[in-house]
Structure formats: C-alpha cells, structure tokens
Design a protein. Structure first.
Length: 264
C-alpha cells in the first residue's frame, strides 16, 4: 500500500486511537458554526456519514467499505437478541425505580441519532476497520475490541465536567465500556457499521425519553440508587453477551467477513 497509510502499517494501534480525535473535530464543526442544538445534531450525522465515505475512498481499492451486511437476516436477528433483552430489562428496572415516564422531543431524537452516527464513527467506524486491516491476524479481534472499548468507556468520564457526579461518571464509564463490547461484536460479526449505529441511536433514544434522570444526555442522579446499580449490572451482562458473540470459535467466521472487506 502507499505511503499515505504508513501510520496504519507501522503503528496500527496508534492509528486506531488517533481516529477518534480526528473524527471528533470534524463532526463538531456544525456546533462550532453556531447552529441550533437540534440542527447541529442532525448536521453532525451527515458529517459522520461523509467521514465514513471519505475513509473508504482513502483506503480504496483495498478497503471495500462497511455498509454491506455480510451475514444473513436470520443470523442478524440472533445477534440482536442481547440488545432486545437489555432494553426490556432496563425498562422494567426503570419502572420499578421511577415509575412510568415517557417524554419524547425532537431534541432527544436528534441527540440520539447524533450519538449513534457520531460516536460510532468516532470509536468504531474508523478504528475497527484499521484494527482488522492492519493488526496481526492472530490477535486482531481481541486487540480491536479492547482498544476501542476502553477508549469509549474512558471518554464518558468526561460527563463529570458536564454536570454528572464523579461516582456516576465512573459507573457510566464502566457501563459504556461493556456496552462497547457488544457494539464492536455486532460490527465484527456483520461487517456493517449501520448495525451498531442504529442500535446505539435506538438505545439512547429510549434512555433519553424514558429515564427522568438523564438530562440532555447527562446522568444527573444525586446518588447511586438500586435502579442504577441494576442498570450497570445489565450493561455488564450485555457486554459479556457481546464477548460471547466473538469468542474464539467465531474467529474464523469473523476473519472470512473481514477478508471480504479488506483485500490485502
């Protein structure tokens, strides 16, 4: 491959880490331009899709892109079962803790879509293909999952600076790290970045509209409640289900999928 890919070839993990701030700067442009919150959220989604297409262009013709579903619909349905179970368990936990609550708004929809498109582009849409394309085959699945998930979890500690309590920020970091295990898993098993994007967006929309403690995407709990601890346990179980989906017995299947995506 050409010299323009030298960082990926020599230091693939560094390249994976660097994709997050690179994509972050570009997707924050709409907000920096002074657009309203809703408009900037929708605009950021468009920018994120543009970044994914530019990424494909940059690495073509070896890289075939990550918009094609490379598994059957039946298998996709099986892969999504942990997500469905997580939604059901979390809703029940929330009803026990807070009672029924549903507050849909255009802002919550725009925030959820932005979280799905933007965060998946930041943390998985670019980094996962680099890991699967440039890391040694025998350890690329494990390393890709670990690196992208830790980055995703750590970045959520930053919510402390947006109003979340420190202990809540730490719990959110743990929860999101395990959530990342699942999102990476379905990406690796399907080869299609739209799957984790849509799952992430749908989950955040449910959270924003059914959890009264989430305000503008920030958890504002005054303390650690039983319901919150249950939610974290659910996330840990969710992440473990993701790790099961990419267990060693599945690596040959994952390798076949990513050999179709990368012609290297």
């Amino acid at each position: 491959m050409g010299g323009k890919h030298i960082i990926c070839e020599r230091w693939p993990i560094a390249a994976m880490v660097l994709t997050a701030p690179f994509a972050m700067v570009l997707t924050l442009i709409p907000e920096a331009l002074g657009l309203g919150k809703v408009a900037s959220n929708f605009a950021s989604c468009i920018v994120a899709v543009g970044i994914l297409f530019l990424f494909k262009r940059w690495f073509s013709p070896e890289f075939k892109g990550v918009f094609t579903l490379r598994t059957s619909l039946a298998e996709l349905g099986i892969l999504l079962l942990p997500w469905v179970a997580k939604v059901a368990a979390t809703l029940v936990s929330g009803w026990v803790d807070y009672g029924f609550y549903f507050n849909p708004t255009l802002l919550s929809l725009s925030m959820a879509l932005a979280a799905g498109f933007v965060e998946e582009t930041w943390f998985r849409g670019l980094a996962v293909p680099i890991g699967m394309g440039y890391l040694p085959r025998e350890k690329r699945v494990f390393t890709t999952v670990l690196v992208t998930s830790i980055i995703f979890g750590v970045i959520h500690v930053g919510n402390v600076f947006n109003g979340a309590r420190i202990e809540i920020g730490i719990l959110q970091a743990v929860a999101t790290t395990f959530a990342a295990f699942f999102f990476v898993a379905v990406f690796l098993r399907t080869g299609n970045v739209l799957v984790p994007i849509l799952l992430h967006a749908a989950w955040d929309y449910i959270s924003f509209t059914t959890d009264p403690t989430v305000v503008n995407g920030i958890m504002t709990n005054e303390g650690i409640s039983l319901g919150l601890m249950v939610a974290v346990v659910i996330e840990v179980a969710f992440g473990c289900a993701g790790l099961y989906l990419i267990r060693p017995a599945m690596h040959d299947k994952i390798d076949r999928i990513w050999s179709e995506i990368w012609d290297r």
